[in-house]
Each structure stands twice: as structure tokens, then as C-alpha cells.
Write a protein that binds this ligand. Structure first.
Ligand code: NAP
Length: 303
């Protein structure tokens, strides 16, 4: 199937373009991006022009930041295209509900992707936990914003989500693998004095679940979920790509490349089956943290 990519920036180049190139399902037919290009692929600088020029491309995958994403997705759905959304699926919950309604009304597929749910250890962690009593969960997500989001000012602007941009990946795994849902009880958010979104957050949920997100970690990066159960410990490391049960390593991958291959395979299944997949549970926790969280000011941040 032909597919178009919108927003040729860091994640499109790092993951989407290689995943599409390796996929037996997809042929990258066009891009729309003000400056970004993919060598050898027809490029447009505007989504409306691309949609008008390429009625033969039935699917659009959107990699722009969350705030401009709604307008792009709405235009693609109104032009009769199936749509795949990078995470987080929008800047607000209501705009994603609106996209869901539009896709359903027009009989189109909408896939709100959560790449971390495709990490190698996640399906087995979910299967193993299904009949266990979870006693405690500790999420530690500490990374270097300058390494993963070099110069991306949008991430510190309203709707950019700040440290919840990576933190929502942990929440996407949490909401996938826990046998029972949890809800936020309290949060402490650290905002740089000169920015509109948090650089660090501590969250406490029901069910003895807690999370620490911090964007100021240099050196080794930490993306861990440690779970205590009635049958012993389970740990996910490397953002879900390494799984340990009872201290024994069960699954292991060193990169997230497999996550994007799996997302594109799932999109192909959804389009062929005429189905959508939109789960907003991770984003509900972020919205709740922004609603309930205590705000603390900290040192100014510059890239
Ligand atoms: P990015 O490189 O800053 O943005 C992607 C592209 O979107 C930009 O290069 C830009 O291309 C276009 N764009 C359109 N409107 C824009 C606007 N108002 N502000 C800024 N750029 C705009 O970001 P990214 O890292 O690829 O992230 C995009 C999405 O992927 C985010 O939702 C992020 O959460 C998700 N993601 C990122 C990573 C990561 O490691 N960076 C990992 C997984 C998922 P033109 O200038 O050519 O239009």
C-alpha cells in the first residue's frame, strides 16, 4: 500500500523511514514537510498540496509535534485517507476524540500509536502479570533532553508536554501490562522558570504505583519499570525492550527499531481489517498530572 509521511524531522528520519523501507506492506510514495525531505521520494511542503496531488495514496502517517498534529490529521481524514498518529496522539484529549469521531463517520482507520507498547518485553510482561497480584510498581524514566530532543523548543511550549513526552511512553507500557487500571493520586511537577512545560515529575498512583520522570540525566539513560508481585519481581529495562522475571533475563533487544516495524505491521492489519485503534489511557494520566500536580519552579533551561 502507498503511504505518505508528514513532518520529516528526528523521529521520521530515525525510525519511520527505515521501518517503511523494510516493510513488506508499505511503499513510501510522498512526503509533506516544510523543510524535511526523503531522498528519492516525491516531496511537498504543504499537506493540502500533497493530498490534492496524490489521491492514489490511501494512508498518511503523521510525525509533526502534537500541537500542529490535529490540523494535519483532520485534513487527511477529510480527504478520505487512513491516518497513523505518532505519540502522544494530540495536544488534548478532546481533539483526539474529534478525530476518532471523524474517522468512524467516514469509515476510515485511525491508529494512535504507542511505540513503547511494541517493545520486545511488553507482550510477555502483560501475559505473565495477568494472573499475579501486583504489590508495588516503580517507574524510573531519566534521560537527557539535549540528546533526544536537540533544539526542539516546541517541547517546552504549551502542548509540548515537557518531560511527559518521554514519560508517556512509560505510561503507555504501564496501562498495557497492569491487570487492573490505576489512577493518579498526587503529582509534583518541576517547571524551569523560563519554560511552560515540566522538566521533571514525580507521580503517585493508586495501587502503590509511582513514577519518576527526569530530563536532566546525563551519561547512561534509565528507562526502567520494576514490579513486585505475589510471585516475585518483574522488571522491564531499556524502555520495555529487556524483560527480567525473577531476576532472569527473558527477552532482550538493544534498539527500538523493532517497535516501529511492529507499528507499521499493525497499521497494515488495521487498514486491511477496516478497524481503528485509539487508546487514550496514557494521555489521561498526563492530563490528570497537569490538573492535580503541584507546580515547583526550578533553574531556567537552555538547550
Ligand atoms: P521534530 O523533529 O522537532 O519535528 C518533526 C517535524 O515536524 C519537524 O522537523 C518539522 O518539519 C515538522 N513541524 C511541523 N510543524 C511544526 C511545528 N509547529 N513545530 C515544529 N516542527 C513542526 O520532532 P520529533 O522528535 O521528530 O518528534 C515528533 C513526534 O514524534 C513527537 O510527538 C514526539 O513525541 C514523537 N517521538 C519522538 C521521538 C524522539 O526520540 N525524538 C521518539 C519517539 C516519538 P518541517 O520544518 O520540515 O515542517
Amino acid at each position: 500500500m502507498k503511504i505518505a509521511l508528514v513532518g520529516i524531522g528526528k523521529i521520521a528520519v530515525d525510525q519511520h523511514v527505515p521501518a517503511i523501507a523494510e516493510s513488506p506492506d508499505w511503499d513510501l510514495a510522498a512526503t509533506a514537510s516544510r523543510q524535511g525531505r526523503v531522498e528519492g521520494v516525491e516531496s511537498h511542503t504543504d499537506i493540502a498540496d500533497m493530498l490534492a496531488a496524490r489521491p492514489d495514496v490511501p494512508v498518511v502517517s503523521i510525525c509533526v509535534p502534537p500541537v500542529p498534529r490535529y490540523a494535519v490529521a483532520e485534513a487527511a481524514l477529510k480527504a478520505g485517507r487512513h491516518v497513523m498518529l505518532e505519540k502522544p496522539p494530540g495536544a488534548t484529549l478532546a481533539e483526539v476524540h474529534a478525530l476518532q469521531a471523524l474517522a468512524a463517520e467516514r469509515g476510515l482507520t485511525l491508529f494512535a500509536t504507542w511505540h513503547s507498547r511494541m517493545a520486545l518485553g511488553v507482550p510477555e510482561a502483560k501475559r505473565w502479570l495477568a494472573d499475579k497480584a501486583v504489590r508495588k510498581v516503580r517507574i524510573t524514566w531519566r534521560e537527557d533532553v539535549r540528546k533526544w530532543h536537540p533544539g526542539q523548543d516546541w517541547i517546552f511550549k504549551p502542548g509540548g508536554m515537557g518531560v511527559f513526552d518521554p514519560g508517556i511512553n512509560a505510561l503507555s507500557i504501564l496501562t498495557e501490562i497492569l491487570p487492573e487500571p490505576v489512577h493518579l493520586i498526587s503529582a509534583r511537577l518541576e517547571f524551569p522558570r523560563n519554560r511552560d512545560t515540566p522538566i521533571a515529575a514525580e507521580l503517585q498512583f493508586s495501587g502503590n504505583v509511582s513514577a519518576e520522570f527526569d530530563w536532566r540525566q546525563e551519561g547512561p539513560q534509565t528507562w526502567n519499570i520494576d514490579i513486585e508481585t505475589d510471585a516475585g519481581p518483574l522488571s522491564l529495562r531499556m524502555g520495555g525492550n529487556q524483560l527480567f522475571i525473577g531476576g532472569e533475563r527473558m527477552e532482550s533487544a538493544e534498539t527500538i527499531a523493532g517497535e516501529y516495524r511492529a507499528l507499521y505491521a499493525r497499521m497494515a492489519d488495521l487498514v486491511r481489517g477496516g478497524r481503528s485503534d485509539v487508546d487514550l489511557a496514557p494521555m489521561v494520566h498526563v492530563a490528570d498530572a497537569m490538573t492535580l500536580g503541584r507546580r515547583v519552579l526550578t533553574d531556567p533551561f537552555e538547550f
